[in-house]
Design a protein around this ligand. Structure first.
Ligand code: CA
Length: 219
């Protein structure tokens, strides 16, 4: 899952990148309004975390402009502004949720999961493709009686596939979903992850479509 983080505070930014990466998310971090405006229009993000007090441009103006241009990335505002007027303005301008600093990372992560569920029209934390189930809270994957907690990258890969069962993702689409800008990606990284998942859950858990990519089967 790719996350856009817009935050000018170095300490908060570093902390969030570390916490979210540990959960298997790939986080792209921008620190000012000019960059954020471009990135918010990039539809490959699953979610954007948006600080409001930014150098150059206010987060609310950014959000307003992005929504007007048709950007539909889910946005969770993270800010120290706790006035009712700010919260209402943020939500009315198209934010999906609003969290006031300081907050616990656990709450942020729970809200992110809730937001992703709402976007996907799901009521629970379970992603299901046929006999395969992925729990987005515990990172447990289960199929055919095997249940295991996945390491971060394997989780990110399964999450990308199982989000839409039967849809094929190419190697580069998968890499884009599970690695951030700064990451060195070995050419066989995706193969290594898939091999590891198959070894634990059986070959059928991921279907290879020759020349096209991989998918989570619907059965
Ligand atoms: Ca700020």
């Amino acid at each position: 899952m790719r996350v856009l983080l817009v935050e000018d505070d170095a300490m908060i930014g570093k902390g969030l990148v570390a916490a979210l990466s540990a959960e298997g998310m790939s986080v792209d971090w921008v620190r000012d309004g000019a960059h954020a405006e471009v990135m918010l229009r990039d539809s490959s993000y699953s979610i954007a975390l948006l600080d409001l007090g930014l150098p150059g441009q206010d987060g609310l103006d950014l959000l307003k402009a992005a929504r007007r241009q048709g950007a539909d990335t889910p946005v969770l505002i993270i800010t120290a502004r706790d006035k009712l007027d700010d919260r209402v303005a943020g939500l009315d301008l198209g934010a999906d949720d609003y969290l006031v600093k300081p907050f616990e990372t656990r709450e942020l992560q729970a809200r992110m999961r809730a937001l992703m569920r709402r976007r996907a029209g799901r009521a629970t934390s379970l992603l299901v493709a046929g006999r395969t189930e992925l729990n987005t809270e515990t990172h447990e994957l289960s199929r055919g009686g095997v249940v295991e907690v996945l390491p971060a990258r394997e989780y990110a890969l399964m999450h990308a596939l199982i989000e839409r069962p039967g849809r094929i993702l190419s190697r580069s689409q998968i890499e884009e979903r599970i690695y951030g800008w700064g990451d060195e990606v070995e050419s066989n990284a995706v193969d290594v992850l898939i091999h590891s998942i198959r070894r634990k859950f059986g070959k059928d858990i991921i279907v290879n479509i020759r020349g096209a990519g991989w998918m989570a089967p619907k059965s």
